[in-house]
Design a protein. Structure first.
Length: 309
């Protein structure tokens, strides 16, 4: 892919048309009792500052059913249209990856990218949705982007964020092109802030209890972020967690005796070490699609259901 469309739907969960949602559900569900139950769910409203606000738009972000309804809505409003557009209009390869309301689109040709963006705006407008003008952008990205931008006197290709990672045009040690994934800095700061607040609450707990809790937190963080090329960010996260733990222990007494040597022993005993847990995308795709060669010329559209982290 040579161009990436990084799209953002403006206030998606708040702008969903409930009328269109019911029509989409009726297309697949024949039981009117289920439809009425979902209608009641949509009309339940949101409690804010003791006042219940009821709207004829949106699904109430945060409710249990919202992710499911969001995927149903975008399946009809975007997925089916995008798959048809790719078959009938695209002149080159097009890859679409969607996770709930977050999605990116890769294109071989810039003309396809511009045409898809313009037509997608019209398509979403039909279903009461719109793209965020500041967060939606088309960037040059991929194997040949560095050389092309260098010939035009431009800098390095722009990066883009998707599902908690920053995607970067990089190189291997051998000098070959490689897409690098790195944990988003703002997401890491937010997680560390949560840990800091919780550690203050747990300040006077026994050290083993603190260690067990931190071990679960760090293990969970690594389970998602331990992808190839992200090893340095994992080390940085573990170092900051260590420092937060040390500061918490030092506040427990004015006679602080927590040296870095002692802290290193605690961390090695309780916190897991950074290890890449996930395979390379090419290896994972080869396992789940062992006979993918016939489609290599024009990869399929890929959609993922669920909620973004």
């Amino acid at each position: 892919m040579s161009f990436i469309l990084d799209a953002d739907i403006r206030s998606f969960f708040d702008e969903i048309s409930q009328q269109w949602m019911i029509r989409f559900l009726e297309h697949r569900i024949g039981d009117r009792r289920i439809i009425r139950l979902i209608q009641k769910w949509l009309k339940a409203g949101i409690l804010e500052d003791g006042v219940v606000a009821v709207s004829d738009r949106g699904t109430g972000q945060g409710s249990v059913i919202s992710p499911l309804l969001a995927n149903i809505y975008l399946h009809y409003a975007l997925d089916l249209w995008a798959a048809r557009w790719r078959r009938r209009v695209a002149t080159g390869d097009v890859i679409i990856v969607r996770y709930a309301d977050d999605f990116i689109v890769g294109f071989r040709h810039e003309g396809d990218a511009q045409r898809f963006l313009n037509e997608m705006r019209e398509r979403l407008r039909e279903f009461a949705l719109s793209l965020h003008p500041e967060k939606t952008r088309l960037i040059e990205f991929g194997r040949f982007a560095v050389e092309r931008r260098k010939r035009r006197g431009l800098g390095k290709p722009d990066t883009f964020n998707f599902l908690g990672f920053t995607f970067i045009c990089g190189k291997t040690r051998a000098g070959k092109f490689q897409i690098r994934r790195k944990t988003r800095a703002d997401r890491m700061r937010a997680k560390l802030k949560e840990i800091k607040q919780e550690m203050r609450r747990r300040m006077h707990q026994p050290i083993p209890d603190q260690g067990k809790w931190l071990a679960r937190v760090v293990c969970g963080y690594f389970s998602y972020h331990a992808v190839p090329t992200n090893g340095q960010a994992l080390n940085v996260f573990r170092h900051h967690v260590t420092d937060l733990w040390r500061r918490t222990l030092r506040r427990r007494s004015q006679k602080d005796r927590m040296t870095w040597e002692r802290m290193t022993q605690l961390v090695d005993a309780w916190l897991p070490k950074p290890t890449i847990l996930h395979p390379w995308p090419s290896d994972r795709f080869a396992v789940t699609h062992p006979r993918w060669e016939p489609y290599a010329g024009k990869p399929p559209v890929r959609f993922c259901a669920g909620g973004a982290r």
